[in-house]
Write a protein that binds this ligand. Structure first.
Ligand SMILES: Nc1ncnc2c1ncn2[C@@H]1O[C@H](COP(=O)(O)OP(=O)(O)OP(=O)(O)O)[C@@H](O)[C@H]1O
Ligand code: SF4
Ligand SMILES: [Mg+2]
Length: 391
């Protein structure tokens, strides 16, 4: 992973963060939309008018997040890392959308690009656009960008400990972030912090607010980060591998909380993971990414029941629940291509058992005949569809 991304394994929200990137993350947990979306009253999360009538400033059916034909590269000493190659991805209000793929496929670069968190001089966009709530992200001036991060979009990263200041009590940190975005007294901010923790089913929030982060479990810290992320009732939440560091039981609890909260607020969620099992339990729709391209997309249940792309099929064959008793889980043979030396044609060509001459040309992402809500980028889905999941 490139240097610019090394900071991303932390979580958004601590006000303690060092440097610009960390301040930016603290901003993204803002609470300014409380007034507009009026969600937390009397300790409960209430559906607001905005949710009932759509997101303000966004026409009906327009996606909250719209990535179209995004091509993004990192110039390096010996050439160019082609990190994103014509990515199309949309997330609508109230939807939980998964972005799944192996390590290095471009998931985090996509997330960072949405909020312009990539180091400014490290990358260039050669085609395409990202809009959030109808605003062209790359055209935003710095003040508008900061406002968007504080008001409309929140982000949760993998490891909360690096985002929380170990030397300051949780309550103080939460209250500071709340006050950054809302003109309330310190006492009122603490009250809100307590309510947010209660929403996360933290049993004794008053006690937790008095503790230092290192006194809490990983699952508890991640709940605090989720509480913080939702404190601004964001229109869009980006969660980049938020539960990877947690054990399976805690992971499930945290995911359920995240989903419950997102549903209650009508938040659009882009959920990034390498784990198809998590996608299957948690996401309404899914985009499968490979070597910086979306290779398949569609409603989760349908895509998992009948994956069209050989890469999606291979990912699903690797799920423990698809393994035969006393057999090893099949790994996908070979390696993902070097993004600074991408081969011509289909990026999966070197690992695909169905590759032929035609695959020397890159297949477009096209709707599935008879199921336009699904799409795949493969010349020969019919061939691969004949392969059962256990083969
Ligand atoms: N600043 C940078 N300079 C050069 N290459 C970079 C930079 N940032 C990211 N990359 C490259 O972009 C590609 C995509 O990286 P990304 O972090 O998005 O992968 P990922 O899908 O999130 O993987 P993981 O599952 O491991 O988090 C990788 O090849 C990475 O090395
Ligand atoms: S286009 Fe060809 S190489 Fe690519 S996934 Fe389909 S069959 Fe395999
Ligand atoms: Mg990543």
């Amino acid at each position: 992973m490139g240097q610019a991304l090394n900071t991303q394994s932390s979580s958004v929200g601590g006000d303690d963060m060092n440097g610009a990137a960390r301040n930016t993350r603290a901003d993204m947990t803002g609470t300014a939309r409380h007034a507009q979306r009026g969600a937390h009253e009397n300790g409960k999360v209430a559906a607001s008018d905005d949710i009932a009538h759509g997101t303000p400033g966004l026409s009906a059916n327009a996606p909250v997040l719209d990535i179209s034909s995004l091509t993004l590269e990192f110039p390096i000493f010996k050439g160019v890392v082609k990190a994103l190659n014509g990515v199309n991805l949309q997330v609508h209000q109230g939807e939980i959308v998964g972005l799944v793929g192996e390590s290095g496929s471009g998931k985090s670069v996509t997330a960072m690009a949405i909020l312009r968190l990539l180091q400014q001089d490290a990358f260039r966009v050669t085609a395409g656009a990202i809009t959030v709530l109808g605003h062209d992200v790359f055209a935003l001036q710095e003040p508008e960008l900061l406002a968007m991060r504080g008001r409309d979009v929140a982000m949760i990263f993998q490891e909360p400990m690096t985002a929380l200041n170990p030397t300051r009590k949780v309550g103080r940190q939460l209250a500071d972030v709340i006050r950054r975005h809302q003109p309330v007294s310190p006492a009122k901010a603490l009250e809100r912090a307590e309510r947010l923790l209660r929403d996360m089913y933290i049993g004794d929030p008053v006690d937790v607010l008095k503790r230092y982060p290192f006194e809490l479990s990983g699952g508890m810290r991640q709940r605090i980060m989720i509480a913080l992320a939702f404190s601004c009732s964001p229109s869009l939440l980006i969660a980049d591998e938020p539960t990877t560091a947690l054990d399976v039981t805690v992971q499930r609890q945290v995911l359920l909380l995240l989903r419950q909260k997102a549903r209650a607020l009508g938040t659009a969620v882009l959920f990034i993971t390498h784990d198809m099992a998590v996608v299957s339990q948690f996401c309404d729709r899914v985009y499968v990414m490979y070597a910086g391209s979306v290779v398949e997309q569609g409603p989760t249940a349908s895509l998992i029941a009948s994956p069209a792309h050989p890469y999606t099929q291979a990912l699903l064959r690797g799920l423990p629940e698809n393994a035969l008793p006393r057999t090893e889980l099949p790994a996908i043979p070979g390696h993902a291509p070097d993004l600074s030396a991408l081969p011509e044609g289909c990026p999966f060509r070197d690992r695909c058992p169905f590759a032929d001459e035609q695959c020397r040309q890159k297949p477009p992402l096209e709707p599935m005949p008879g199921a336009p809500e699904r799409a795949y980028a493969c010349w020969h889905p019919a061939r691969s569809a004949g392969v059962s999941q256990s083969e």
